[in-house]
Design a protein around this ligand. Structure first.
Ligand code: PXG
Length: 285
């Protein structure tokens, strides 16, 4: 059966789920989104994702034409219509259909759609053996430009960094911020372990505040692993005992090589422990 897509209040078959070429989401990247996962019949951190969506909307002066509870129900309806128990959900709000010209004033009603489908971010063996990443020369958006806290439809900057990873033959690239500190990868947050401490760049490094990142920080605290948000340099990455990335798509993925330098010796023990705790948490709730 064709996938059912939730589009502006109605479930429609995938091939009928179309957006206008005059939609400013397409013309200008004027819109926001969330990537969410359902595990074992439950949407993981639904409230946190919706909260981030509404905050992103507010930051770009976009009024979502539904209450949070309505979108929460729409998520559930979309999953139920497609009989999913484990799915990847893409919730998108665009500025809507307007005229040519960037003014958002031209757009009367935002377009909202929800896709429930499956996603496989990285090959399975990378979760066992670890992945190689590079540092990109493309820096993350300046926090006083479009804030990286906004999960916007404009990923071009990150896509340019992703090209650098592709050119280097690796799946991900870590981006530095405008001050040269470690920020995050193109679609994941980054953590290191050093001397038994878990370290990740602070929010004001200019990161997207990942929901998986928050979950992992919480799991570390529950397990009495000392965890700190701290400015990190490339030296800190190169001299780390362990490194891993977190994201809704990626979950917890170990990193064992950065810019061709080995990190630790294979996948580290705290990475394994936190990855296992994460998988328990998402299934049990
Ligand atoms: N940083 C950036 C720039 C992201 O895009 C994260 C961090 C992790 O955030 P969450 O809240 O997911 O822990 C993201 C999320 C995809 C895909 O299709 C990308 C993300 C999430 C899901 C799928 O590449 N990025």
């Amino acid at each position: 059966m064709d996938l059912q897509i939730w589009l502006d209040g109605k479930l429609v078959p995938k091939k009928e789920a179309c957006i206008s070429v005059y939609d400013h989401g397409l013309l200008y990247g004027d819109g926001i989104f969330e990537g969410i996962r359902q595990y074992n019949g439950r949407v993981f951190e639904k409230e946190a994702h919706l909260q981030r969506l509404y905050e992103s909307a507010q930051a770009i002066r976009l009024t979502i034409p539904y209450a949070k509870e309505q979108l929460a129900r729409a998520l559930d309806e979309t999953l139920a219509a497609n009989h999913f128990r484990d799915a990847y959900i893409r919730l998108v709000v665009t500025r809507g259909v307007g005229y040519l010209g960037i003014s958002p004033k031209n757009c009367e009603t935002p377009s909202v759609f929800i896709i429930a489908d499956t996603i496989q971010m990285y090959p399975h063996e990378m979760y066992d053996k670890g992945m190689s990443i590079i540092t990109a020369s493309t820096i993350r958006n300046h926090p006083n430009s479009l804030s990286p806290k906004v999960k916007s439809l404009n990923y071009l900057n990150n896509i340019l960094a992703k090209w650098e990873a592709i050119d280097a033959g690796v799946p991900e690239a870590v981006m530095l911020n405008h001050l040269g500190y470690v920020c995050e990868c193109t679609g994941d947050n980054i953590f290191i372990v050093k001397n038994g401490q878990l370290l990740t760049p602070p929010e004001d490094a200019g990161i997207l505040v990942g929901i998986t990142r928050q979950a992992v920080l919480g799991l570390a605290r529950e397990a009495n692993i000392p965890a700190f948000e701290r400015s990190l340099t490339r030296f800190d990455l190169y001299s780390a005992d362990e490194c891993f990335l977190t994201g809704t798509g990626a979950e917890v993925v170990p990193v064992t090589r950065i810019d061709n330098r080995p990190i630790g010796s294979g996948v580290g023990p705290l990475t394994r422990q936190l990855s296992e705790a994460f998988h328990r948490r998402v299934r049990e709730g």
